[in-house]
Design a protein around this ligand. Structure first.
Ligand code: UD1
Length: 430
């Protein structure tokens, strides 16, 4: 197992390439199940989660060919290009031992059911950041005519005569349920309207790819998606949208070190309320030809609350908390999406942060400086918050259980080291 060792105190400056979005790439790869033609994805990030999903898709009969390295901005050592072809779905079961490794596996349910009239997918189970149910996915598919039963931890879905378009109103915004339903509705008979749908850039990216495959979708980017079912979809080539969470995380790392970095390929317009929150705290942004530049000289406390897009993303909550630990004044961070997403707090406290939890809110009082310490990553975004804290802390920080980080950040230590950070990856001693 690897760990990351940081000597804090160095200012970040230079350029960093932002990769393709993991949270767009996973649903996009599942969309390959909807057609027998090949789909080529460019700018896929090289991440553990992508490999886990690839293993599941192969189990369903998808053939995957590697087309070498490729990013959206020409030659780059990051990212890659894969072609996925589901000529035939050879197995409609997604087994527990593959699904349990990654929640996004539930996204094979809609496409397999729509194409084959049946699917058997293991329930993903609990997750470190909360209970994370899938009831909205199942109710939505039932509204499209599927019969659904739960059998020994598996969702068994059947629609022998195909799915039928319907109106589905989500009681609250769910990214995963919107993706599953949008994919399934593409092959349903008639029209589906998804009301109170998620509007995240990853949803738009999936809709753009489905449209390139021949789907008829209106309202892309809004909270109502209207999908006119078609008999079949065809192949296409699609470049995965830039990862707004990686860009936002790097922007916070730069701000924490009072640095100045250009994020190549980054999309400022996809950062939603995070830009405003960071500007209020003293961070400066400037759009450039190749992405955007982020710089910071002084930081003050600010309040944020996580919300569906374009609100402040839950996936940047742990990182802004780390950033707020050394500001002037106090900040309040409120988490409204997940009930147990504060596991980074005890670790940040061990490094000297002054944080008090009150239910779904955390009050952070800025301290003069943080101190390096051995800390443990508990989930993907929490790992990034510990890296940010390590970059500004005095002395050495050792972040263990880095496999969480590798699920969502491509060779982060290389990217940060190239901008002046004293950071390295090493093997965890036995
Ligand atoms: C969520 C985030 C997404 C983030 C991802 C990974 C939101 C709205 N979604 O997406 O930005 O990238 O986590 O951290 O910010 N829920 C149900 N029943 C369901 C589905 C969801 O109750 O069937 C609840 C969840 O428990 C959660 C909320 O709805 O409280 C939003 O969940 P959802 O958007 O579906 O989660 P993800 O797709 O994982």
């Amino acid at each position: 197992m690897d760990r990351i060792v940081i000597q804090g105190g160095n200012r970040l400056s230079g350029k960093i390439q932002v990769g393709g979005a993991k949270n767009a790439a996973l649903p996009l790869m599942c969309a390959s199940l909807l057609t027998s033609d090949p789909i080529t994805f460019q700018n896929l990030p090289r991440l553990a989660d992508i490999e886990t999903l690839a293993r599941l898709l192969v189990q369903h009969g998808v053939q995957i060919t590697m087309n070498g390295d490729q990013s959206s901005k020409g030659e780059s050592k990051y990212g890659r290009c894969l072609t996925l072809q589901a000529k035939e779905i050879t197995d409609t079961t997604a087994p527990y031992d593959l699904v349990r490794k990654m929640r996004a596996s539930i996204l094979v349910l809609g496409p397999i059911l729509a194409r084959c009239g049946e699917a058997r997918v293991s329930l993903p189970g609990g997750c470190a950041i909360g209970t994370r149910p899938v009831d909205l996915h199942l109710k939505g598919l039932e509204a499209l005519g599927a019969e659904i039963e739960l059998d020994q931890g598996y969702v068994v879905a059947k629609a022998p005569d195909g799915l039928i378009g319907a109106d589905v109103t989500f009681p609250f915004v769910s990214v995963g349920a919107t993706e599953n339903l949008m994919m399934a509705a593409c092959l349903a008979k008639g029209t589906t309207r998804l009301i109170n749908a998620a509007r995240e850039p990853e949803i738009t990216d999936l809709a753009d790819c489905l449209i390139a495959m021949g789907a008829k979708i209106e309202g892309v980017g809004s909270d109502t998606l209207i999908i006119e079912g078609v008999d079949s979809l065809h192949g296409c080539t699609h470049s995965v949208v830039a990862d707004r969470i990686e860009a936002g995380s790097l922007a916070m790392a730069v701000a924490a070190t009072r640095g100045d970095v250009e994020l190549i390929g980054g999309r400022l317009d996809h950062l939603g309320a995070a830009v405003e929150a960071l500007q209020k705290a003293g961070v400066e942004f400037e759009e450039t030809e190749d992405g955007f530049r982020v710089s910071c000289e002084a930081l003050s406390g600010t309040d944020v609350m996580t919300e569906p897009y374009p609100g402040f993303p839950t996936d940047l909550q742990a990182q802004i908390m780390a950033l707020m630990t050394t500001t002037d004044g106090a900040s309040m961070v409120t988490e409204t999406i997940f009930e147990n997403r504060f596991m980074h707090v005890p670790e940040l406290t061990r490094m000297g942060a002054n944080i008090n939890l009150h239910g779904r809110s955390a009050m952070i009082r800025g301290v003069d400086g943080m101190n390096g310490a051995p800390v443990m990553a508990t989930d993907l975004r929490a790992s990034m918050s510990l890296i940010i804290a390590g970059l500004v802390a005095k002395g050495e920080t050792i972040v263990s259980r880095i496999y969480h980080l590798d699920r969502g950040y491509e060779r982060l230590e290389e990217k940060l080291a190239a901008c002046g950070a004293n950071i390295r990856r090493e093997k965890e001693p036995d």
